[in-house]
Design a protein around this ligand. Structure first.
Ligand SMILES: [Zn+2]
Length: 138
């Protein structure tokens, strides 16, 4: 039983551009859509400002901005299905990320730039274990 994150190539491009623009800081975005059985479908992405702008190894979303986006999503019958951020290190959740994954049990999409190109991987916390989620680009 493996979850898959469905994302358009265009949205992934926008996310990776956002990550590139924010270097050397981490960039963040929220993914909204629907979860249907094992398919997590991201219909819409919202780039967010990283509040932890002095740190290269963490990110923080402004709570008011996050709240406003969540209310907007609810009005459109969407839910928060994923959280994106970029990493200076390999695309695997850090211990801090794993703590936050327990608080925000959605898919976590992490991108990192290794040599010249970006790699993205998606994860989900299940029974206190980090599980990789398949990335299905549409
Ligand atoms: Zn991280």
């Amino acid at each position: 039983m493996q979850y898959t994150l469905h994302l358009t190539v265009k949205d992934l491009d926008i996310l990776l551009n956002h990550a590139e623009t924010n270097l050397p800081l981490e960039a963040a975005a929220l993914l909204f859509g629907q979860v249907s059985e094992l398919s997590v479908i991201a219909n819409r992405i919202e780039l967010v400002h990283n509040e932890a702008s002095s740190s290269r190894t963490s990110f923080m979303v402004n709570p008011e901005e996050q709240y406003r986006l969540l209310v907007e999503a609810e009005e459109q019958d969407e839910e928060l299905v994923g959280i994106f951020h970029s990493h200076p290190a390999p695309p695997f959740p850090s211990s801090r990320d794993q703590h936050n994954m327990k608080l925000n049990p959605v898919v976590w999409l992490i991108a990192s730039k290794e040599s010249e190109s970006w790699t993205s991987k998606a994860f989900l916390m299940e029974d206190d274990q980090v599980k990789e989620v398949g990335l299905y680009l549409t």
